[in-house]
Ligand binder design. Structure first.
Ligand SMILES: NC(=O)c1ccc[n+]([C@@H]2O[C@H](COP(=O)([O-])OP(=O)(O)OC[C@H]3O[C@@H](n4cnc5c(N)ncnc54)[C@H](OP(=O)(O)O)[C@@H]3O)[C@@H](O)[C@H]2O)c1
Length: 276
């Protein structure tokens, strides 16, 4: 099955990537290697995950030319300005053992964030060719609008998004700005997909709830996703979403699920999701 591409402000991101948190070391390297051998061409990591070395080793061991793999990393929220981001990014590149990343994100906003300096820092890294595209993660609507207003050509917002969390506001802002949205926790963390409405639609298609959840995200314009799966069996199952086509009845059943379930909301880290 051909992997569809999300195109946004010059970025070309395979719409299903592999999430890697919280895997580390040999487990992470082997998950990256198996995903790439199954056809994944997009891997999501971050400075904070402590696995950039394993992700880089997995990509190298795959034997794929670097240009065939879309690689995202993120700089942690204790780097509030451009110079601090640059210092951290240089270390990320070393750990990843790659000359560039495809997408570099600010991982979470913080109260100390100097938005202008941070975005200028990202743009300078991009201008040097060390990051092909730049973006932000976990930015709420007003802050995202401010960031877009800086005019540095952000390509992507990464936020939690799945069948049980409405993100229409952020998605509308991204679409209007020509940005893509990468859904993290696209499986609602895996264990929360046990919903009768979803099970009915899954049974109708001979598919699993996880495949349905990803197929629903694939039906949203401008959205990519990074499901985390450690085993080749689940990695393959998740790619099976590409073969599913949801009809109006399926979409209505999924629309009727609760839409207020946010599973990543760490106290002291998460912004004001509505007013921020
Ligand atoms: N930007 C951010 O702040 C941020 C925050 C959170 C996550 N992320 C990124 O997004 C990625 C994905 O998010 P996530 O890990 O929070 O949640 P997720 O991808 O929604 O769910 C991962 C969980 O689902 C399980 N799973 C995988 N495939 C499955 C299947 N077919 N059926 C049932 N369960 C399945 C996995 O278990 P096994 O692996 O054991 O199979 C794991 O426990 C992360 O790995 C990370 O790269 C970014």
């Amino acid at each position: 099955m051909q992997m569809p591409i999300l195109e946004a402000n010059g970025m070309r991101m395979p719409r299903i990537g592999l999430g890697t948190w919280p895997m580390k070391g040999a487990e992470c390297q082997s998950a990256v290697e198996s995903a790439l051998s199954l056809g994944y061409r997009h891997v999501d990591t971050a400075e904070m995950y402590g696995n950039e070395d394993a992700v880089g080793a997995g990509i190298a061991a795959s034997g794929l030319p670097r240009g065939e793999v879309f690689l995202t990393t993120k700089i942690w929220n204790d780097k509030p300005n451009g110079p601090a981001i640059r210092r951290a990014f240089d270390l990320s590149l070393k750990r990843l053992a790659t000359p560039y990343v495809d997408l570099l994100l600010i991982h979470w906003p913080s109260a100390e964030l100097d938005l202008d300096s941070a975005l200028d820092g990202l743009a300078a890294i991009r201008a040097e060719g060390l990051a092909r595209s730049i973006g932000v993660s976990n930015f709420p609507p007003k802050l995202l609008q401010r960031a877009i207003g800086k005019g540095v050509g952000l390509a992507c917002l990464q936020v939690e998004f799945h069948v049980m969390l409405d993100q229409s506001k952020l998605l509308g802002i991204c679409r209007a700005a020509g940005m893509g949205l990468t859904a993290y926790s696209p499986l609602a963390k895996g264990g929360n997909l046990d919903q009768p409405g979803l099970a009915r639609v899954a049974a109708k298609h001979g598919a699993t709830p996880a495949q349905l959840a990803l197929a629903w995200l694939l039906a949203q314009d401008g959205v990519a996703m990074v499901p985390k799966a450690a085993s080749p069996v689940r990695q393959k199952e998740n790619l099976g979403a590409l073969a599913l086509r949801l009809d109006a009845e399926d979409m209505a059943a999924i629309a009727a699920l609760p839409k207020d379930r946010r599973f990543v909301n760490p106290a002291g880290l998460a912004p004001d999701w509505v007013g921020g």
